[in-house]
Design a protein. Structure first.
Lengths: 342, 315, 341
C-alpha cells in the first residue's frame, strides 16, 4: 500500500539521520583513545630502530606535527572516506587488511551466528514453552554454562578432544597450507572461492578447518540467545492476544507457533543485533585460539607491535561496523513489525 | 527482626529461582573462601618453581606432590588456580566499586535532571555500549599499562570502562520511570530539595535493581579479565596468578596432549562465572514478576464439594 | 420459559497463591437461556471475570475448578481440552474488556479471521471465508477496504468491533462479554451495546454481559445477577431487581449510581473482602447497614422471594433457620472491627 511505502521510507531516512551522531561519537572516541597513548605513534612503533631524521620525516608525512584539532578533522575525513592509512611496520594498506583478514573474520562469524541462531532459538523456545520443567532447567543451565565458558577454554577443550585425542578435525588455521597456497582468492571467502572453482577437496578442507572455531564461537552466542528467547516467549505466552486466540478456539499448536513464538522473535532480532559486539569480541579470542587469520588476530598482533595506525584503522572499522549492523537490524525490524514504521 | 531489603529476594525465593540462587551463592562463597585463605590453602606460591631447593618438573603430570600437575614454567597448577581466585575476586570487587561509584550517580543525575545533559550523556553512553566491549577493555588496558603497570588496578579499570554504560542506562531508565510516580511528584510539590528527592525517593527504589545487574556484571567481569589475560593485556604473570594467562600458555600444550595445564584454570573460570550468573538469574526471577516462576500447586478443592447451600468451609 | 442453554452448578474457581487459595468464584449457580441477555454486576474484584472465563474453560492451569458447567448435555469441567477448544468459538464466544491488546499486532485483520474460520470450519474455501468475514465486519460497520490492515491502524472502538465480529463470525450460541465497553468512550459504548442487543435478535444467541455499570444493565439486560465476593447474592428479572432489590448489597449498589437526579453521593463504605479468607457468615455483613446477629454467624440460605428473585440474605429468612435472637441488629463496634479486618 502506498501509505505504508512512504512511512517506511520516512522511517529509513530518520534512522539513517540518527546514525550520524553515533558514528561521530564513536570516531571521536577512537581518536581520543589513540591520542591518550603516551608518545606519538611513529616513535612508539619505530623508536630506536630508525635514525632520528627518518623518524622526523615519517612523523611529518603522517601529519603528526599538525595541531591536534586539524589532525582530528583529518582523521574524521579519512575515516568517512575509508582512507585509513598505511601500517607503520609492514607498510600494508589498512583497507587491504580489512579485505583480506576481514573476510576471514566474516566467514567465521557468519557461520558461528547461523549456528547460534539455530541452537539458541530452538533451545530457548523449548525452555520457555516447557517452563519450570527439567527441559527448562537443562536448557537454561546449558545456556548459562556455555556462556560462562570463555571461547578460548571451549576451543582449547575442542582442540584437545577433536583435534588431539580423536584426530578428526584440524586444530588451527583456515585451510591446509597447500590448499591455501593453491587457492584462487576471488572473494577471500574460502568456502565460496573453493566452490566457484569447483575444487571439492579444497572445499572439504576449508570446511573442516571452519567447524571447530565456528562451533566454539556459535555456542557462546547461543548461550545469550537462549536466555533472551526464553524470557520473550514467557512474556508473549502471557499476552492478551494469546488468551484471545485461545478463546476463539484456535488449536494450541497454532496459538503457540503463530502468536507466541512469532511475536517472541521480534525483540530477539533487536537484541541479537546487540550481540554483534559480543560476537566481535568473541571473534578476536576465537581467532587467537585457533590461529584464524582474521582481523581480530591482526589487531592483537599490531597492538603488540604498537602500530598505532593499524590499530586505529581496525578499531575505526569495528566502530563503523557496529553502527551499520545496528542500522540493518533496525531496518529488518521495520519490515517484520508493522508498528515500528509508525 | 526485619530482613534487610537487599536480602529480601533470598527470603522470598521459592522453587526454581531458589535453587538457582542458592547454588550460585554456594559456588561464589567457595571461591571467596579460596581467595581469602589462598596462602593457607594453596600448597605453594603462585610463582614458586621450587621447594626445598628442588625445582618442580616442567609440564609434570598430576601426582601426589602436584595434584593438578605443573606448567611449562614449572609452577604448580593447583596453587595457581587457588591464587587465581584471589586475583579474580579482587578485580571483580574493584571493578564493581569503580563502576558503581561512577555509573550510578551519572545515571541518577542524568535521569533526574533531564534536558540537554541527559541527551548528551545518553548519546555518549549508547555509543560506548555499542562498542565491542572486549576491544574497549583491551585498548584501555593497553593505554593504562604504561602508567599503572599491568596489575590488578589496571585490569579493574579496563573492565570498569566497559560496565559504566550499563549501570548508567539501567539507573537512568529507572529514575525516569520513578520520577513520574505520584509519591515523587508529591514530594516535589511539597517543595523537597532536589538532592533530597534523589536520595530519599529515587535512589532507594533504584538501588533494589542493582544487585541483579551487579552479579551478572561480575560474571562478565571475570570473563573479560580472563580474555585480557589470554590476549596478554591482563595481569603480568609476575604480579599475580591469573586464569586467562594460564590458558593462553596452555593452548600451546594442547597439541602435545597436555591437558592439566588448561583444564583446571578453565574450569575455575566456568564455575565462578556460572556461580555469579546463577545468583543474577535467580535474583532476576524473583524480582521480575513477568518471568517469575508460577509453579503453584492447585488448591485442594475437596472441601468445596459441600452443598452450595451450606457455608463453604475454610481451607 | 425456554430451557437454559448454559448452566453453572455450584461452580468454584480457586486461584493458587503461595499461601492459601483465592476463592474468586465460590459456589456459583447460574443459568442463561437462548435469546436472553443476562447482566452480571458487582464491584471490581468480586470474581465476575473469573466466572466468565471459567464458563469457557479458560482458567489458568494453576487454578482449581469444581462444580459443573452444563452445556448441551455435557459437563464442560469434565470434557477433554480438545473438545473444549472445539466448543470455544462456534458454541461459546468471549469478548474481552481491553480491545487494544487482544489482536496480535503482527497479524492482519484478514489473518485473524482466516485462522479462526479455518480452526472451526476447515472445509471453507478462501472466497467463502472472505465473504463470511466481510459480512461479519460489515455488521460492525468496518468497511471491506480495511480488511488487509494491521491492528495498530484501528482505533480502540474499531478494534473492539473487530473483536466482536471475530467472535460473531462463528455464530456462537452463547457469548460472554466481559466489560466490553469499559475501555471505550461513551459514544462508542452506545454503538457496541446496540450491536450486542442485535445479537440475540439476529442469532438467538444468549449473552452474558459482565459489567460494573448498572446503567448498561438497566438498558440492555433481561435478567441480572449480582455478584459479591465470589457468590451470586441476587438473581432475577432486571426490572424487578431494579425496582425492588431484595439484597441490601443490590440496594446499596443501586443507590450509588450517579444520575441527573442525584443530590448527594452515595457509596458503600468499606471494600470488598479478602477472598483468601472471606468473613464468616454472610460475606457482605461487615459492610451491610441491615446486618443482624445471624449474618455474622451463619451462611445465608438461598431463598426465592415472593417477587421471584433468588437471593442469599437472612432478611428473607427462612426464619426457621435463624437462631434465637439472631434478628437483633449487629452492634456497630462489631461492624467497625470487621471492616478493619
Amino acid at each position: 500500500m502506498n501509505s505504508q511505502g512512504t512511512s517506511l521510507r520516512a522511517y529509513v531516512l530518520t534512522r539513517l539521520a540518527l546514525a550520524i551522531p553515533t558514528v561521530l561519537i564513536l570516531l571521536t572516541m577512537v581518536f581520543g583513545l589513540m591520542r591518550v597513548a603516551p608518545g606519538d605513534p611513529i616513535s612508539a612503533a619505530l623508536g630506536g630502530r630508525v635514525p632520528p631524521e627518518e623518524l622526523e620525516q615519517r612523523r611529518e608525512a603522517a601529519g603528526l606535527d599538525e595541531p591536534l584539532i586539524k589532525q582530528y578533522f583529518q582523521y574524521l575525513g579519512n575515516a568517512l572516506t575509508l582512507d585509513l592509512g598505511t601500517t607503520i611496520n609492514d607498510d600494508r594498506k589498512v583497507t587491504s587488511i580489512i579485505v583480506e583478514n576481514g573476510s576471514a573474520t566474516l566467514e567465521l562469524t557468519m557461520a558461528a551466528f547461523a549456528l547460534a541462531l539455530v541452537v539458541g532459538i530452538s533451545i530457548g523456545l523449548l525452555a520457555g514453552y516447557y517452563r519450570d520443567t527439567w527441559i527448562d532447567l537443562s536448557g537454561r543451565m546449558f545456556g548459562i554454562v556455555i556462556y560462562a565458558a570463555p571461547v578460548f577454554f571451549t576451543g582449547y577443550l575442542a582442540q584437545l578432544l577433536f583435534a588431539g585425542e580423536l584426530g578428526w578435525l584440524p586444530s588451527s588455521g583456515r585451510a591446509s597450507p597447500i590448499v591455501e597456497f593453491e587457492l584462487d582468492q576471488v572473494t577471500h571467502f574460502y568456502l565460496i572461492d573453493t566452490l566457484i572453482t569447483g575444487n571439492w577437496d579444497a572445499f572439504w578442507d576449508v570446511l573442516q578447518h571452519l567447524i571447530l572455531p565456528a562451533v566454539t564461537l556459535g555456542l557462546l552466542i547461543s548461550g545469550v540467545l537462549i536466555r533472551l528467547v526464553r524470557v520473550n516467549l514467557l512474556q508473549t505466552m502471557r499476552g492478551d492476544y494469546v488468551e484471545a486466540a485461545r478463546a476463539r478456539g484456535i488449536p494450541e499448536r497454532q496459538v503457540v507457533i503463530q502468536h507466541a513464538f512469532r511475536n517472541a522473535m521480534v525483540p530477539v532480532v533487536t537484541v541479537a543485533g546487540l550481540q554483534f559486539a559480543i560476537l566481535l569480541g568473541g571473534a578476536v579470542l576465537t581467532e587467537q585460539t585457533f590461529n584464524w587469520p582474521g582481523i581480530g588476530a591482526e589487531l592483537v598482533r599490531y597492538l603488540n607491535e604498537r602500530d598505532y595506525i593499524a590499530v586505529q584503522g581496525i578499531i575505526t572499522i569495528f566502530a563503523l561496523a557496529v553502527v551499520v549492523v545496528s542500522l540493518v537490524i533496525d531496518l529488518i525490524n521495520a519490515f517484520i513489525d508493522p508498528r515500528v514504521r509508525y | 527482626m526485619r530482613t534487610p531489603r537487599i536480602l529480601k529476594p533470598f527470603a522470598q525465593a521459592t522453587g526454581m529461582p531458589r535453587t538457582l540462587l542458592y547454588s550460585g551463592v554456594i559456588i561464589v562463597l567457595f571461591f571467596v573462601i579460596l581467595a581469602i585463605f589462598a596462602p593457607w590453602i594453596a600448597p605453594y606460591g603462585f610463582d614458586q618453581v621450587s621447594a626445598d631447593g628442588v625445582r618442580f618438573p616442567k609440564q609434570g603430570a598430576p601426582d601426589s606432590a602436584h595434584l593438578f600437575g605443573t606448567t611449562v614454567q614449572s609452577t604448580d597448577v593447583l596453587s595457581r588456580v587457588v591464587w587465581g581466585s584471589r586475583t579474580a575476586i579482587e578485580v571483580v570487587v574493584l571493578a564493581l566499586i569503580f563502576s558503581l561509584t561512577i555509573g550510578v550517580p551519572l545515571g541518577l543525575i542524568s535521569g533526574y535532571v533531564g534536558g540537554k545533559l541527559d541527551r548528551t550523556l545518553v548519546l555518549i553512553m549508547d555509543a560506548l555500549f555499542a562498542f565491542p566491549y572486549l576491544l574497549l577493555a583491551i585498548v584501555i588496558a593497553f593505554l593504562l599499562s604504561d602508567k599503572l603497570g599491568q596489575g590488578v588496578v589496571t585490569a579493574a579499570l579496563a573492565i570498569t570502562a566497559v560496565y559504566i554504560p550499563q549501570y548508567y542506562r539501567v539507573v537512568r531508565n529507572h529514575v525516569i520511570s520513578v520520577r513520574e510516580e505520584s509519591y515523587v511528584e508529591a514530594a516535589r510539590a511539597l517543595g523537597a530539595k532536589r538532592m533530597t528527592i534523589i536520595r530519599r525517593y529515587v535512589l532507594q527504589n533504584v538501588i533494589q535493581n542493582v544487585p541483579a545487574i551487579a552479579t551478572l556484571n561480575a560474571a562478565d567481569a571475570i570473563l573479560t579479565l580472563a580474555a585480557l589475560g589470554f590476549l596478554g593485556y591482563g595481569i603480568q604473570p609476575t604480579e599475580a596468578a591469573e586464569w586467562g594467562y594460564d590458558l593462553n600458555r596452555a593452548i600451546d600444550d594442547a597439541g602435545a596432549g597436555i591437558w592439566w595445564t588448561g583444564l583446571w584454570p578453565g574450569l575455575a573460570i566456568v564455575l565462578l562465572v556460572t556461580g555469579f550468573t546463577l545468583v543474577g538469574e535467580g535474583l532476576n526471577d524473583v524480582l521480575n514478576p513477568v518471568i517469575r516462576a508460577r509453579r503453584l500447586r492447585k488448591p485442594k478443592m475437596d472441601e468445596a464439594e459441600v452443598e452450595a447451600e451450606e457455608e463453604p468451609s475454610h481451607a | 420459559m425456554r430451557e437454559a442453554v448454559l448452566e453453572a452448578k455450584d461452580l468454584r474457581v480457586w486461584y493458587a497463591t503461595e499461601t492459601d487459595p483465592v476463592r474468586a468464584v465460590d459456589g456459583v449457580t447460574l443459568d442463561i437461556r437462548p435469546g436472553e441477555t443476562l447482566g452480571l454486576v458487582g464491584e471490581s474484584g468480586c470474581g465476575k471475570s473469573t466466572l466468565g472465563r471459567a464458563l469457557l474453560g479458560l482458567t489458568p492451569d494453576s487454578a482449581g475448578v469444581s462444580g459443573q458447567v452444563l452445556y448441551d448435555g455435557r459437563d464442560l469441567t469434565e470434557v477433554t481440552p480438545k473438545e473444549m477448544r472445539e466448543l470455544r468459538g462456534p458454541e461459546l464466544g468471549l469478548i474481552f474488556q481491553e480491545p487494544m491488546t487482544r489482536l496480535n499486532p503482527l497479524i492482519s485483520v484478514e489473518k485473524h479471521f482466516f485462522e479462526t474460520l479455518k480452526a472451526h470450519e476447515p472445509g471453507l474455501s478462501k472466497d467463502e471465508m472472505r465473504v463470511r468475514s466481510l459480512e461479519a465486519l460489515a455488521g460492525m460497520g468496518i468497511p471491506p477496504t480495511r480488511f488487509g490492515q494491521f491492528p495498530h491502524e484501528f482505533s480502540g472502538g474499531m478494534r473492539q468491533r473487530i473483536m466482536i465480529a471475530l467472535t460473531l463470525v462463528l455464530e456462537p450460541k452463547v457469548v460472554v462479554a466481559d466489560e466490553p465497553t469499559t475501555a471505550l468512550d461513551v459514544i462508542v459504548e452506545a454503538q457496541i451495546l446496540g450491536i450486542l442487543a442485535d445479537l440475540r435478535k439476529n442469532f438467538d444467541a444468549a449473552l452474558l454481559l459482565i459489567t460494573h455499570n448498572l446503567g448498561i444493565v438497566a438498558e440492555a439486560c433481561d435478567r441480572v445477577a449480582v455478584m459479591y465476593a465470589g457468590r451470586i447474592v441476587e438473581d432475577g428479572e432486571a426490572r424487578q431487581v431494579f425496582s425492588k432489590p431484595a439484597h441490601p448489597y443490590t440496594r446499596e449498589l443501586l443507590r450509588s449510581i450517579i444520575s441527573l437526579q442525584t443530590k448527594g453521593l452515595n457509596y458503600i463504605p468499606g471494600a470488598p473482602p479478602d477472598l483468601v479468607d472471606p468473613p464468616p457468615g454472610c460475606r457482605f455483613h461487615p459492610r451491610c447497614p441491615d446486618a443482624m446477629k445471624v449474618c455474622a454467624e451463619k451462611f445465608p440460605i438461598p431463598i426465592t422471594t415472593a417477587d421471584g428473585q433468588r437471593v442469599e440474605c437472612w432478611l428473607h429468612g427462612p426464619e426457621s433457620e435463624i437462631p434465637e435472637g439472631g434478628t437483633e441488629q449487629l452492634a456497630r463496634e462489631e461492624i467497625a472491627t470487621a471492616e478493619e479486618a
